[in-house]
Design a protein around this ligand. Structure first.
Ligand SMILES: NC(=O)C1=CN([C@@H]2O[C@H](COP(=O)(O)OP(=O)(O)OC[C@H]3O[C@@H](n4cnc5c(N)ncnc54)[C@H](OP(=O)(O)O)[C@@H]3O)[C@@H](O)[C@H]2O)C=CC1
Ligand SMILES: O=C(O)[C@@H]1CCC=N1
Length: 264
């Protein structure tokens, strides 16, 4: 049996595989992949020396732990043919947005189920994964799953009812942050900075500010106060952000993503 198999070898599967290989959790020959797109299969096999499966059904027969990494919209056409091949010793990790453990259990009669909401920065080992286990999950399975996602960044075990919120915050969050980064860089260009310089300044500013929060534990409000000198420049910028309803826009964005998650 392969240690792990990926149903769908797209962006997130690649990010997780990179973490596994980079941290030497498993070797390429212990990882099975199947993707409906033959070019994508070729790319994954050539790049990561993983093992191609002939079908999702073969994968389900051969992988001790199966990662569901297709789009949620595709899952209803994939799971009915995969589930009958799963026996009680196997485990299924779903990263499908919006798919509850209860919905998954409707397909999988056997096997342990885990729900994970990873995020795209897993690609560079800076991911944030929210993880929910079934109450019956064994300590061995918890360790295996935590080790896999810790290889892609940080992990947080959450009760399942919080996973949709986590997905809309940290799962979708890189898209919002990229929009903010682009806006910051556009602003720099408007003020005369070269485009490449503006991107570098914007990206490192986001990374550095996040690092201050994570390393010092200071509240975002405290960090903002450390930057805003009385009567200075930054407080004028903060005032303009507030006039633009920046906080309300972000809160609306996450709420919109939660509502969409419930539709999937
Ligand atoms: N992207 C993100 O930031 C995050 C995504 N997720 C979740 O991860 C999952 C995967 O997302 P992502 O990696 O972005 O998606 P991708 O579209 O990059 O990857 C999915 C892959 O599955 C392939 N595929 C389609 N149909 C089948 C099939 N029947 N059998 C096997 N493979 C198939 C697709 O091929 P083709 O392109 O030809 O259709 C594609 O290569 C989703 O469920 C999403 O909700 C969770 C957190 C973050
Ligand atoms: O946009 C999506 O549906 C997926 C889930 C979280 C991030 N990307």
């Amino acid at each position: 049996m392969a240690r792990i198999g990926f149903i769908g070898a797209g962006n997130m599967a690649e990010a997780i595989i990179r973490g596994i290989l980079g941290n030497r959790l498993y070797a390429g020959h212990e990882i099975l992949v199947y993707d409906a797109n033959p070019q994508r299969m070729d790319y994954m096999v050539e790049t990561y020396k993983v093992v191609p499966a002939a079908s999702n059904e073969e994968m389900a027969e051969r992988a001790a732990l199966l990662v569901l990494a297709v789009k949620p919209q595709v899952a209803p056409s994939v799971l009915p043919s995969v589930a009958p091949h799963i026996d009680g010793d196997q485990s299924i990790v779903s990263i499908l947005a919006g798919w509850s453990l209860e919905t998954l259990r409707g397909y999988f009669r056997k096997g342990s189920l885990v729900r994970v909401m990873p995020n795209m920065p897993a690609l560079v080992g800076q991911g944030m994964s929210a993880i929910s286990f079934e109450p019956s999950a064994s300590e061995a399975l918890k360790k295996t799953v935590l080790d896999i996602f810790a290889a892609t960044g940080e992990v947080e075990v959450l009760p399942e009812h919080q996973l949709d919120a986590a997905g809309a915050l940290s799962g979708s969050g890189p898209a919002y942050v990229a929009c903010f980064m682009e806006a910051l860089a556009d602003a720099g260009v408007r003020e005369g900075l070269p485009r490449a310089t503006a991107y570098r300044l914007a990206a490192q500013t986001l990374k550095g500010t996040a690092a201050v929060q994570l390393e010092t534990g200071k509240l975002p409000a405290e960090i903002k106060d450390m930057v805003c000198s009385p009567g200075g420049t930054s407080i004028v910028g903060v005032y303009e952000l507030e006039r633009g309803r920046m906080r309300a826009a972000v809160i609306d964005a996450v709420h919109g993503a939660v509502l969409r998650t419930k539709e999937l």
